[in-house]
Design a protein around this ligand. Sequence first.
Ligand code: PLP
Length: 419
Amino acid sequence: MTALPLPGPIAPPPRLLMGPGPISAYPSVLRAMSAELVGQYDPFMTATMSETQELYRRVWATQNDATLLIDGTSRAGIEAAMVSLISPGDRVLVPVFGRFGHLLAEIAERAMAEVHTIEVPWGQVFPVSAIEEAIVRVKPHLLGVVQGDTSTTMLQPLDEIGAICAKHGVLFYSDATASLGGNPFEADAWGLDAATAGLQKCLGGPSGSAPITLSERAVELIRSRSKVEAGIREEGDQDAADFIRSNYFDLGMILDYWGPRRLNHHTEATSMLYGARECARVLLLEGRENAIARHRLHGDAMLAGVRGLGLVVFGDAAHKMTNVVAVAIPEGVAGDAARSALLDDFGIEIGTSFGPLHGKVWRIGTMGYNARKDAVLQTLASLETVLRRLGASVPAGGGVDAAMDVYGSAPSAHAPGGA
Ligand SMILES: Cc1ncc(COP(=O)(O)O)c(C=O)c1O
């Protein structure tokens, strides 16, 4: 039998990732991830872990000591929070306004919660009063809310919800995967007990690491559900009756790995740690406010640009995330053919959609490293060509001109860092 020839070294084609994430990573993040490995308890490693925790406290705007990374994609963070904070039978309330609300409900269900949901049609968010009314009715142990639901592009206002949760004794958790770094998020000021994210959106990294922050109240609950695996147990370690039903996502053991005990739970994903550290460093060098303003500017330019091409924007534009827009696929245009042409002819990726929006809208992102003028203009110019060649009637130059008008009337924005 002749062996198949071995493939060559990895050589991805040049791509401009303008979908809802993942997006093109900051070059400095990719460089950081190729740095040399050190041992798990090398002083450099433990110092880098502590340094990364401090950087993410600033990213989340929190004093929470329990601020760290979960190894895995964003849903690993969600799952760690849910399985560690929810005991079987606990009531959990999830306001669902898109695919990722359904995901929170699904993960809570797997953690054996009694799950209650409220829903609004995709493209809308909840008035705070609707969430409070449901809290009063359901009396949940935990409220789980997505901040920015990528499937619909909507951003749920969270700033008043923490006070309501505190008033009713409810733990407040949010999934900020799609929004963190490009939209305001204030973990302490908004009264969050737990929040999780990923790197592959506004933070400008690859997927594979999930930043998490936990309030003291959340940590206390996690501690009350402790269990340490037999091979690393020490004197004084005792299993709680209601121990956390996942080993990998047991936040008690994970906290002890990141904390002074340095419990040998898992082997921290060193290259992801380096990448996550660089994502936070790039964001903080630019400044959180500047990064949000940059996402807003380029998001506004893209919004004006797609409208300038005659495309109809989906959802309540007043509650849209800064960093992604959904547009109706024009009548008579094959959505997948247009996306393929953009990718094949221009090297640009935009996103498809899920559930009720599948086949109806494209999602176009302007986030992280790609929240940049050249990326926005290149995408609009290419999209115009693709639409025209697929038979749509589009105003010549309408997208680029409308975006240029936004840039012309805006104060100059920061360029993205991490070059
Ligand atoms: C809001 C939100 N939550 C969770 C996820 C799941 O992330 P991951 O695919 O990194 O597990 C995504 C992914 O797009 C998301 O947008």
